[in-house]
Design a protein. Sequence first.
Length: 379
Amino acid sequence: MKSKPLFTGIAGGIPSTEGVQVENLIGRSGLNTGNFLFVRALRNLLGTSDDIYRDESYYRRSVEAYDYIAISAANWVNPGVNLGGLADFIESTDLPCLVVGLGAQASFGGKDPKLTEGTKRFLSVVSERSKSISVRGEYTQDVLNRMGIKNTRVTGCPSLLGLSGRTVPKVDMSKLEGLEPSNTILQSTRHGFSDSVFNDDPIHVFNMSIYRYAFQNQHPLLLQSEKPDIYLSMKRNNNAEIYKKNMQFLERVYESPQRQIEEYLGKSGLIFWDVEKWIRGISEYNMLIGTRIHGVISGILSGLPSVLLIHDERTKEMAEFFGLPNIDSQGFPRFDKCLIDRAAETINLDNFYRTWDDYYSRFIEYFSENEVSITLKSD
């Protein structure tokens, strides 16, 4: 069994942020702290949870110390990704590959994503170097199959297995009693300073309405990739030029005065750079509703009743595979209290618990097929 993984990509978290600039923190998260959940999970499973992050040049100098390349994949089967550099690195070695949690991204009912040549080359080389590739669901498997990548296994994302271990997470449904805005976390999806979030595409309109509703009703807001919001949440407001840029953008997001936005995000913006602190930090709340799959998974791991608002094929695929409580956002032009009430009244985790044994078994079989040794938390 192979036991010495060369782990590509980001680290599984940042234990201390003291003295680290926000730009650096966001960069080290891969531009989205949700990445930490599945990266940390896979590192735990492969026994590399305590390894420090090293850049690619280090591995190039010491590649002979490893017996396979471990790749914690994300929604990389999409037009906005170019994996040519990673393909170059893999081709420079003769090591087999373990690719875990690969996902495809497209709008509801959309055509297969048109990929860059670099990503096509990456998929080709990892297919050749792997017994099988772990994919997040049947939609991704179908997309890859149509591309000629046949050696895939539907496993889902490793986040729950690598962070929870053998035992299924237990959600405390009694937390739904006495829900208030102050104990109900909301989460939406934005990246950096993208102006596209202000267009009239239904997905953007719906996502933007969550931010505005959270602000207007003073809900805690879980952040992952919203750079200007993160600055204010962390109270990193000393640089006048950065502060001005952040505020000009956030005035458009929240449609409110700067002082109120600063006070809200400083009080209610939740950002976590360490997975264990993240899970502990949100466990004090009563419910989580959001559009991000790993935000909802963090809620489940924290024991919170959590509901995913599905808004594309990727979130639909993940919700169906995990049996996560979900609501199709296509039926709602904007977020409002009716969605919170509906989530609280209809949330049911029976399907999630029923799928756990299958989820666990699929990953065990996958690692066995690829002849990789793993470590699991005990019951």
